[in-house]
Write a new protein. Structure first.
Length: 179
């Protein structure tokens, strides 16, 4: 079968220049919708958390998530030393909480903005998250400025109601189930 499709390309920019590449990459990534999560940890290195969109499923056997963490982030040492984390998938009601965890807000203020519990690893679980994946970090890989963390899921808690929080084109949107 021979199929022809026509696609209008607004602009194509070569990325040989590293400064252009970085800017164009960031602009292009802003057009990729992603779920908004708060990733938390607790343990010997203390409590910490950050907002993240760089989270995805790897496999269901064993259940494993991929989480990207900037090496320059203030939370990096705590996450790596604790070796556990919880990916809390946010609902549309969590925009302000996402901003707290995505900025330079002190740790105590971040966690004061919501109710938390814990499951098996001790990492904070957001009480009203759409889904919480309680995980142990089992492998780490170099991703340039970021560490790529493979995290095996120990426990899952989920709610049936709520609209998901999505980040697209540098702003928040909600996404729900098709009826």
């Amino acid at each position: 079968m021979n199929m022809k499709t026509s696609v209008a390309i607004e602009k194509a920019v070569p990325v040989a220049d590293p400064d252009i590449a970085r800017t164009e990459f960031r602009n292009a990534m802003a057009r990729m919708a992603a779920a908004v999560n708060i990733v938390t940890t607790n343990g010997p290195a203390g409590i910490a958390g950050f907002a993240a969109t760089a989270v995805c499923s790897v496999t269901d056997n064993p259940p494993t998530l991929l989480v990207c963490l900037n090496r320059g982030a203030s939370v990096h040492p705590a996450v790596m030393q604790n070796g556990v984390l919880c990916v809390n998938v946010l609902s549309e009601a969590h925009q302000d909480l996402s901003r707290l965890f995505g900025g330079k807000t002190p740790v105590a203020e971040r966690f004061a903005g919501a109710s938390w519990s814990e499951l098996s690893t001790g990492a904070p679980v957001l009480e009203d998250a759409l889904v919480s994946f309680d995980c142990r970090i089992v492998r780490q890989a170099d991703g340039g400025t970021h560490d790529i963390l493979l995290c095996e899921v120990d426990a899952i808690r989920q709610r049936d109601e709520g609209q998901g929080l999505i980040y697209f084109d540098r702003t928040y949107h909600s996404a729900g189930r098709a009826e």
